[in-house]
Design a protein around this ligand. Structure first.
Ligand code: RFL
Length: 390
């Protein structure tokens, strides 16, 4: 079987790309290692920034995929229990983000793709891209019945996340990789706790904590912990006690916890984001800390950049967009990495109680204060939260 584009991985990147191509009349097959249920229930990110939302509008998918009106919302940053509010949509000149839990986005993208007649194959084992240095790449895989298949194609999109096969298939020496360990531990729990009124971050001497909505009746909480510690062993009562302390909310009720994960506070970038006719998209090419909520958004804008480049290449025979794909995406990736690092440093340093951190702590508090007192600083922050055009 020959198809213009084979997409490896059905996360936000692969599914957005598949829908953008389908809407443009470009044929593709999506190969996903896991089963449908696993993919549809994976809970991670929760915010689609304004810029990424616009991309769905451009392809006529906004209503179906990201739902109704953008949410006009403030961001609360609590410093030692004292709340302060930033009006992101106002400061960014009317560019609100949307609260869309990742699993809702993924489910809706699967539905949209299948309703449009898309070919999405779950449970594809041993997926391997081949011959992408030439002009006739192939992808092989085994279906759930154990039958091996081969697809020939013009292009392969590696959308299979950080641990996928695509980046590992690039010949040695072609990629330069950059890894940065932020030296911080983060523990996240998903709980049946009512969503907070506004997305909430809390800076305190007990450590950083945050609470974000994941639908009306669920919240994702984040707690800083000592790297090396395994907080998945923390008793739930201790988790709630720490949250009350850090959020400065004695009345925060305990709720059932349905998921516990340690988030690696590690950043990674692979350059370039292509090897011949294999393109790396989203987490396959880069991971970023959750500070600033840019991981899923980067995956979506990579998918958009690749989709538009593939459309002109496949339909018009013009490869310029594909040649620029990596540079275009890396520029934004590094811009967002810088923002995420800046944000991470600010909210962790400003609560660091260690005596040798006293100077850094004052600097971080000054940086945080500036967001609320300088309209220019507030606007620069809100601009990054809204997402930047290519
Ligand atoms: P994904 O979502 O990892 O999807 C990759 C897909 O590829 C499949 N796969 C394969 N398929 C075929 N063959 C193989 N060999 C394969 N290997 C893997 C996988 O099963 C999967 O379906 O990557 P993608 O599409 O690039 O999307 C990236 C986002 O998922 C990621 O950046 C975000 O979830 C990161 N992230 C957050 N991002 C935000 O923007 N805001 C947040 O608040 C936020 N919170 C989070 C997060 C990630 C978390 N993790 C990783 C646990 C919170 C958490 C807890």
């Amino acid at each position: 079987m020959h198809v213009p584009v084979v997409i490896i991985g059905a996360g936000p990147a692969g599914l957005a790309l598949a829908n953008f191509l389908q809407k443009s009349g470009i044929g593709c097959v999506v190969l996903e290692a896991r089963d449908r249920r696993h993919v549809e229930e994976r809970q991670r990110a929760g915010v689609i920034d304004h810029y990424a939302g616009r991309l769905f509008e451009e392809f006529g998918l906004a209503e179906q995929v990201i739902g109704g009106a953008p949410v006009e919302t403030l961001l609360e940053i609590r410093v030692e229990g004292v709340p302060r509010f930033l009006d992101g949509p106002l400061l960014s000149g009317g560019r609100p983000s949307r609260l869309v839990p990742q699993q809702f986005l993924v489910r809706r993208l699967i539905t949209a793709f299948e309703e449009g007649g898309g070919d999405l194959r779950f449970g594809a084992a041993d997926v391997h891209p081949h011959d992408f240095a030439g002009d006739r790449p192939r992808v092989t895989y085994r279906d759930p019945d154990g039958v091996t298949h081969e697809l020939t194609c013009d292009h392969i999109a590696g959308c299979d996340g950080f641990h996928g096969v695509s980046r590992r298939s690039v010949p040695d020496g072609e990629l330069t990789t950059f890894t940065f360990d932020h030296g911080i531990g983060w523990y996240t729990v998903l709980a049946d706790a009512p969503a907070p009124r506004y997305p909430l971050m809390a800076v305190s001497r007990h450590g950083f904590a945050a609470q974000f909505a994941r639908g009306p009746h669920a919240s994702r909480f984040y707690l800083q912990h000592q790297p090396g510690d395994d907080p998945r062993n923390w008793p739930d009562a201790y988790t709630w006690e720490q949250l009350r302390l850090r959020l400065g909310d004695d009345n925060l009720p305990e709720a059932a916890i349905s998921g516990r994960e340690v988030v690696e506070m590690r950043s990674f970038v692979a350059e370039p984001m292509r090897s011949g006719r294999l393109y790396l998209v989203g987490d396959a090419a880069h991971i970023i800390t959750p500070m600033g909520a840019k991981g899923m958004n980067l995956a979506l804008v990579d998918a958009y950049a690749l989709a538009t480049a593939l459309v002109t290449a496949v339909r018009d025979g013009d490869d310029a967009g594909l040649r620029n794909y990596s540079d275009t995406c890396l520029r934004r990736t590094w811009d967002y990495q810088e923002f995420s690092r800046w944000f991470t440093e600010m909210v962790h340093d400003s609560g660091d109680p260690a005596p040798d951190a006293a100077f850094r702590r004052r600097l971080a508090l000054a940086r945080l204060d500036r967001l609320f007192t300088s309209p220019a600083a507030g606007a620069a922050f809100a601009d990054m939260m809204a997402g930047t055009a290519l």
